[in-house]
Design a protein around this ligand. Sequence first.
Ligand SMILES: Nc1nc2c(c(=O)[nH]1)N[C@H]1C(S)=C(S)[C@@H](COP(=O)(O)O)O[C@H]1N2
Ligand SMILES: [Mo]
Length: 522
Amino acid sequence: MTRPLAALRSAFVPALSGVLATLAGVGAGHLVAALLDPADSPVLAVGSQVIDLTPTPVKEWAVAEFGTADKPILIGSVLVGVVLLAAAAGLLARRRFAYGAAALVVLVAIPAVVAATRPTAGAAAVVPSLVAGLVGVAALWWLVRAARPAAAGSVPEGEHARRTGDAGHGPSRRGLLVAVGVVAGAAAVMGGAGRWIASYRSRAVDIDLPAAADPLRALPKGLETRFDGITPLQVPNADFYRVDTRLDVPIVDVDDWTLTIDGDVDQEVTFTFDDLLAMDLVERDITLTCVSTSVGGKFVGGARWLGVPLTDLLDRAGVGSRADQIFSTDVDGMTISTPLAVATDGRDSMLAIGMNGEPLPREHGFPARMVVPGLYGFISATKWVTRMTLTTYDDQQAYWTERDWATDAPIKPSSRIDTPKALAQLDPGENVIGGVAWAQYDGGVGTVQVRVDGGAWQDAELGPDLGTDYWRQWFHRWDAEPGQHRIATRVVDGRGEPQTAVRAEPFPAGSSGIQELIVTVG
Ligand SMILES: Nc1nc2c(c(=O)[nH]1)N[C@H]1C(S)=C(S)[C@@H](COP(=O)(O)O)O[C@H]1N2
Ligand SMILES: [Mo]
């Protein structure tokens, strides 16, 4: 055997020991966290910290590149980093066990510190990382011991086999295999159990919500019932886009939850969930849009929200004259700024507790979230909200404000092509082009237009009108001739103003420009 190969071989078992010991520790930490607070799991804690520390351009790139898959990719990267460091710890442990153990302790100290310094961390936040450290070091000790050569000097291959079962003379190859198997198995079982428990705890909530004081009419039939590929008029909860800084879903117990309104108010008030249920509830069709969505992007969705008008809540507290923002905080200390004057200008801003006839799904903010028509979600749609502080932009800066995003960001009007898809292969003859468009301000969607191969803009036909706060489905029948074609769309608002063709990136106040895609006919 060549020298580098031999070195590699002798490094393999120690490195593997470090990795397995670490995975066992992480698995144990994940399991304990699932029982206490899943957010304190070592991997999630580090992942969340990475999200918060990631510079905005990188985050934008990741969201654009991977969409909602950015989170599994992030967790994967954290795990790869951990595995490399764990392998190094294993190699150190071969030199001297204490070195390797120390490296492992440093490795778990990172999530422990991160978990303990989360804004809402309790004393128990470090427990999962402590458990991870203890289990990791114990597993490493066992693996290192099991891997130690039976005697000083070299033992011929066959000797190992013969020594199997000879407990008195130190560990054997079989001992090592058993240790490796047990540690790997335990890591998988504990990690798997942790995941299962966490997902069981985050299952849908079963509460009956009262009806709105003045319920909306049943939803009309949308264009999706006539044309394949057009986004449903109302997006089912399970398909609704999700954008937030959380890796997991906060598990909020509705009996412990309260919402406090404080800051520049006549009197601080606190509402329980039952207090909300006792108030007059309203129902509204509102389209939610994410500032991170690119032109033609996916992070937009229409839903029917049930909740309490925001001004009913603010009036109970009595807003002072100094405040210019609602600085809202979620269960985990995440903060969002909303311009007070905009939110209270008469639009249907609300604290939503229901979505499409069901309690808010945990992913979408259970038990309560803000919804403000016409403002991008990052300055308006606080999920899992527990506090609204009336304050000024000078006095307090929210999460995205600190990251240089705009503080006033009305949703830009836009039209999106849902069908056909970019680069689709179509049959010649009649094809339906269709999608959704929004212009969430006075006037709303006036017309939606379609342009083929840079020609004249032609009016599309519109689907049901649910008000200016809601998107509008549209379709256009196109007699397609063989060849390659460019199709584009734009919305013209009720005042006759077409959406701008000027391209803008999502940062800092939302994307703009016209979506154009290429299809092949023939
Ligand atoms: N607590 C909390 N609320 C949040 C966010 C968040 O990261 N944390 N993200 C906001 C953003 S950027 C958007 S676009 C909307 C998305 O709401 P959805 O996930 O229900 O679609 O929630 C907003 N509310
Ligand atoms: Mo967003």
